[in-house]
Design a protein around this ligand. Structure first.
Ligand SMILES: Cc1cc2nc3c(=O)[nH]c(=O)nc-3n(C[C@H](O)[C@H](O)[C@H](O)COP(=O)(O)OP(=O)(O)OC[C@H]3O[C@@H](n4cnc5c(N)ncnc54)[C@H](O)[C@@H]3O)c2cc1C
Length: 311
């Protein structure tokens, strides 16, 4: 099968959704040179980390001009805020930082942290993005359930045996990148969070202490505690879950009164950690481009990555 005028997008996480949303907006605004056919490939095999994410979008602890990565995170936050603050599945939350570790460092980092951040309910948000870009792309978007096994400069091979040619191909494969050996010096790192239903009112809030966030998502009255990383997981893919014996002790750190008898459940996701913890968006071969290594910041960075790739 040859689709000379097609663009191909592979993946169904936030990186692929952000890319398709940005692509569709640019077509709508006449800013993409030509409206092409887009083939969206979704794997029935590989999991989607974006659906097992606490999806907090915050710029706390970041200061402009300290590092390129920090500047990217601030730009990503501002872009997300500009377009999605009032989008379905997103709410504004109050974020409070509790003292942790060296107090001088803590004050330097978080003393001027903004109180407001954004919180997405990942499934609802991804599905709202999908509705939006489908309403723009209409019949020019073709969905295919298959898995990428190989790519070269102008051709991909899928697990079904199908080969597709393309104009441009965009990979948004998350942690499967390192499993398939598509990128160098990157790795898969598992992460977990706990969640429980609790009605704590109509306003969303976050208490942050060191690496942990206790989150109240008001839109669906859910408490989340993340990220409960498990350093023991071989190769970053969790082989046993849940393993969160320390849930109770982490909760005690927050010194907050929660309703008794909460029914905590655990979600596990696998993130893609870039070389030196840095994200990547750019060309990987011929007309093949990739967005990967978003690690702990996929929701903050995905729209910036899409915008810069399509520029
Ligand atoms: C517990 C936890 C908490 C987190 N909290 C936050 C947070 O608060 N804020 C934040 O910004 N980020 C957070 N993250 C990180 C965030 O979830 C990730 O950075 C983000 O989901 C990465 O998105 P992605 O689209 O790159 O990858 P994914 O969401 O994993 O998507 C990759 C997609 O590629 C597909 N795929 C892979 N290989 C192939 C193939 N060969 N062929 C076809 N399709 C393929 C998969 O099926 C999947 O759909 C958290 C992560 C975890 C685990």
């Amino acid at each position: 099968m040859t689709e000379k005028l097609s663009d191909i997008v592979i993946g169904q996480g936030i990186a692929a959704h952000a890319f398709l949303w940005t692509y569709a907006q640019m077509i709508k605004e006449g800013r993409l040179d030509r409206a092409r056919r887009v083939i969206w490939i979704k794997s029935p095999v590989f999991p989607t980390c974006s659906l097992t994410s606490t999806s907090l979008i915050s710029r706390a602890g970041l200061h402009r001009g300290e590092s390129r990565h920090g500047d990217h995170l601030i730009a990503g936050f501002e872009l997300f805020q500009k377009y999605f603050q009032n989008f379905s599945g997103v709410e504004v939350a109050t974020q409070k930082h509790l003292p942790h570790g060296d107090i001088d460092n803590f004050n330097k980092r978080f003393g001027d942290a903004p109180e407001a951040c954004l919180l997405a309910s990942s499934r609802v948000f991804l599905s709202s993005l999908e509705q939006t870009f489908k309403s723009i792309l209409k019949d020019s978007l073709i969905e295919l359930s298959d898995t990428l096994v190989e790519y070269s400069e102008h051709e991909i091979t899928l697990h079904s045996g199908k080969k597709l040619n393309f104009n441009q191909c965009y990979l948004a494969l998350g942690a499967a990148n390192s499993l398939l050996g598509f990128t160098d010096k990157t790795r898969a790192v598992s992460g977990q969070y706990a969640h429980a239903k609790a009605d704590l009112g109509e306003s969303a809030w976050i208490l942050s202490k060191g690496p942990h966030n206790l989150i109240y998502r008001a839109q669906d009255k859910t408490l989340l505690l993340g990220s409960l990383d498990d350093k023991e997981d071989e190769l970053g893919w969790p082989n046993l879950a849940p393993r969160t014996n320390d849930l109770k002790s982490i909760l005690e750190n927050f010194e907050v009164d929660l309703p008794k008898g909460l029914d905590w459940k655990i979600e596990v996701g696998v993130r893609h950690k870039g070389h030196k913890r840095l994200p990547f968006w750019g060309r990987v071969a011929g007309e093949v481009y990739s967005i990967h290594g978003l690690y702990k910041n996929g929701y903050t960075l995905a729209f910036l990555a899409a915008k810069e790739l399509l520029r």
